[in-house]
Write a protein of this length. Structure first.
Length: 129
């Protein structure tokens, strides 16, 4: 497998950064625009969700408010048609019924694919440590 061109890596980094911005801002519609129509979301300790509609409903039911997401050790690999991104995260959040800030640490895996000349997020899976 030939490596990703540098412009593809930059585009994927930008998608990843925009996702984080949208997630913190609660802009789920904007976040879904970064995804393939058949996006798969694999949350820890829950069944996978498939499709923008299912993922949107799941996100709308969130009981937390995200304050900040810090990313470290981001790596992007792949080819001209498919890429995968791994990273560690530290999320600062609070529950709607309790505003005390909490933190969650973990890692995530993304799979992206080229669709009509643009990179889109096809799968997001994460684990909490």
């Amino acid at each position: 497998m030939k490596g990703l061109p540098e412009d593809a890596v930059r585009e994927i980094e930008q998608i990843h950064s925009r996702w984080i911005e949208f997630e913190v801002a609660g802009k789920n519609q904007d976040l879904m625009a970064l995804c393939a129509y058949d996006i798969e979301l694999w949350p820890p300790d829950a069944q996978p969700l498939i499709g923008r509609a299912a993922v949107s409903v799941w996100m709308a039911r969130a009981t937390t408010r995200i304050h900040r997401i810090e990313i470290t050790d981001r790596r992007i690999r792949g080819s001209n048609e498919i890429a995968y991104l791994t990273a560690n995260y530290k999320t600062t959040f609070s529950f709607r019924e309790d505003s005390a800030p909490r933190q969650s640490l973990g890692s995530h895996l993304w799979i992206l694919r080229k669709q009509s000349g643009t990179w889109v997020v096809s799968l997001v899976s994460w684990s909490s440590w």
